[in-house]
Design a protein around this ligand. Structure first.
Ligand SMILES: [Zn+2]
Ligand SMILES: [Zn+2]
Length: 170
């Protein structure tokens, strides 16, 4: 991150904390800085390992609680549930997600037509919608190529076994 962008991000952070009556502590700054850098929607565990490098005395509990506090005051977003551990998203701009069901990676994407998705009337009548995010799930390119590589490997092994059998018959 450029210095200026980092300063702006820190200023935004301090301002946001002030407005929500949250004290600015070195630990909170460390957690926020680390999350702002993250591009992989980290879990609390991953965040803990990253923050600990610069703050060896910080506990997992502190990191976890700090992240939850940031979610509560709208500083970061919680990635929509996928049945696993909670994942955090520093990107406050509207964007959508693709979840890989094999490796668990979450990819961001932007698509105006999803941003403009219409809310069905029967839903609009009973609730107030304040966020619209699309979640796609499937298999990422890397996992696809690993899957096809491993199925090719199986085919080769099968072929070699057959070959061996045939040879023995001769
Ligand atoms: Zn994957
Ligand atoms: Zn995201």
């Amino acid at each position: 991150m450029q210095n200026q962008a980092r300063d702006e991000e820190l200023a935004f952070f301090c301002d946001h904390c002030h407005r929500h009556g949250l004290k600015i502590t070195p630990q909170r700054i460390a957690v926020y800085n680390e999350l702002a850098k993250a591009r992989n929607h980290p879990s609390a565990e991953v965040m803990y390992r990253a923050v600990r490098r610069g703050h060896p005395n910080i506990s997992y509990d502190t990191v976890n609680r700090t992240l939850q506090t940031f979610v509560d005051i709208g500083l970061v977003n919680l990635v929509e549930g996928i049945g696993g551990v909670r994942r955090f998203d520093p990107d406050r701009e509207l964007h959508h997600h693709f979840h890989c069901r094999i490796c668990g990676k979450i990819f961001d994407f932007h698509y105006e037509r999803f941003d403009a998705l219409e809310i069905p009337e029967n839903i609009r009548e009973i609730v107030t919608v304040d966020s619209k995010k699309a979640v796609l799930s499937g298999v990422c390119r890397r996992c696809q190529s690993q899957q096809s590589a491993s199925s090719n490997a199986k085919k080769i092994i099968k072929k070699e076994n057959n070959h061996g059998k045939n040879r023995r018959q001769h």
